[in-house]
Design a binder for this molecule. Structure first.
Ligand code: ATP
Length: 299
C-alpha cells in the first residue's frame, strides 16, 4: 500500500484559474520526496489537500494516505480527523504557539490520542512528557524545553515542530517550505532532522522547497510543478540545469537584497551545500522566490 496516493486532483479557487490540474502521484512508504516549482505553481495547495485541510474540485478523484481516504470528489469525510493523526504537518511559519513552552508545544502532538479534556487543560502524563523530551533530544533542542516557543530561533522552532510530529507518531510528514526563511546553517539542521526521521523511523516525507540544491542533496526523488501540473517526477539527480532554468525562469535570478545579505553572511559562516558553483543554474542555497505573508494560506 502506498503512503500517499493522489488521483486526478484538481482545484479551482473562486475567481482564479485552476491551481491544480488533474494531479496524480504515488509516494511509497519511507520515501523522502521534494516538491519544487516556481511561486504559484501549486506546491502548498497540493500539500494542503493531502493533509485534508482543503477540498478539491467535485471533478477530482481521491487522496489516500496509508490507504485511508482523505478526500474524494471534493469531499473530506468526517473520519479524516482520525486519519490526520498519522500525518504530521510542518509549515514555513506559525508552527508553534509562541506563549507556550517548547515542551507543551511538542506535547500538542498527543492531541487526537489523549482525551480532549487533558489536552485542553494541558494535563499530560509522565510518559507523554518523557517522550516529548526524547523527541526534543532527537532534534537537538532539549535544553530549550522550558523556554517560551517564541524565544527560539526560526530553525529551532522548525525542529520543535518536527519533534511534535515524532510525538504524534506521524507516519507521513508534509513539510511546506520548512526552510524558506532560514539561513543555510539552520536550513541544513532542519533538513538533517527530517532526513533522520525519514531514515530511522521509516516516516515518509514530502517537503516543498525553493532551494533546489537542498532537494537534490536530501531527497532521492523530486516532483516538479508548473502551473498546477506535474512536469517532472523522478530521481533528483536527473534534474538538468536546462530544465531548472526553464522551471524557474526569471525567478532564479530574482534575489532580494535580504536574500543576498543572507547569502553573503552564510558564505562567511558555513560552506554551501553542493559546493560546485551553481551546478543547476541556480545560485547555491538561493531561494527561487521572495516569500511574502500573502503567499501563506489562512488556516
Ligand atoms: N486561498 C486561495 N484563494 C485563491 N487563490 C489561491 C489560494 N491559495 C492559492 N491560490 C492560488 O493558487 C495558485 C497556487 O498557489 P500555491 O500557494 O499553491 O503555490 P506555491 O507553488 O505553493 O507557491 P509559493 O511557493 O509562492 O507558496 C496560485 O495562483 C495562488 O494564487
Amino acid at each position: 500500500m502506498s503512503a500517499i496516493s493522489v488521483q486526478a486532483l484538481s482545484k479551482t479557487f473562486s475567481g482564479n484559474a485552476k491551481a491544480l490540474k488533474e494531479i496524480s502521484l504515488t509516494i511509497e512508504e519511507g520515501e523522502m520526496v521534494a516538491l519544487i516549482g516556481a511561486s504559484g505553481s501549486g506546491k502548498s495547495t497540493l500539500i494542503r489537500h493531502v493533509a485534508g485541510l482543503v477540498s478539491g474540485d467535485r471533478s477530482s478523484g481521491e487522496i489516500r494516505v496509508h490507504g485511508n481516504l482523505i478526500q474524494r470528489s471534493g469531499r473530506i469525510p468526517r473520519k479524516v480527523r482520525q486519519h490526520r493523526r498519522h500525518i504530521g504537518v510542518v509549515f514555513q511559519q506559525f508552527n508553534l504557539i509562541g506563549r507556550l513552552s517548547v515542551l507543551t508545544n511538542v506535547l500538542m502532538g498527543v492531541l487526537g490520542t489523549a482525551p480532549a479534556f487533558r489536552t485542553i487543560f494541558g494535563i499530560f502524563t509522565k510518559s507523554e512528557k518523557r517522550s516529548a523530551l526524547q523527541a526534543l533530544e532527537r532534534v537537538g533542542i532539549e535544553s530549550h524545553a522550558d523556554k517560551r516557543a517564541d524565544k527560539l530561533s526560526g530553525g529551532q522552532q522548525q525542529r520543535a515542530a518536527i519533534a511534535r510530529t515524532i510525538v504524534q507518531g506521524a507516519r507521513v510528514i508534509l513539510a511546506d517550505e520548512p526552510i524558506a526563511s532560514l539561513d543555510p546553517a539552520s536550513s541544513r539542521k532542519v533538513m538533517d532532522n527530517l532526513s533522520r526521521v525519514n531514515r530511522d523511523d521509516n516516516v515518509t516525507v514530502l517537503v516543498s522547497l525553493h532551494q533546489v540544491d537542498y532537494a537534490i542533496q536530501y531527497c532521492p526523488r523530486t516532483i516538479a510543478m508548473r502551473d498546477g501540473q506535474i512536469v517532472f517526477d523522478g530521481a533528483s539527480d536527473k534534474l538538468t540545469p536546462a530544465f531548472l532554468q526553464e522551471l524557474y525562469g526569471a525567478e532564479s535570478v530574482k534575489l532580494t537584497n535580504e536574500e543576498k545579505q543572507r547569502e553573503t553572511f552564510a558564505e562567511a559562516e558555513v560552506k554551501p551545500v553542493n559546493t560546485p558553483e551553481t551546478p543547476h543554474g541556480l545560485p547555491v542555497g538561493a531561494q527561487a522566490k521572495t516569500v511574502t505573508p500573502e503567499t501563506q494560506f489562512v488556516q
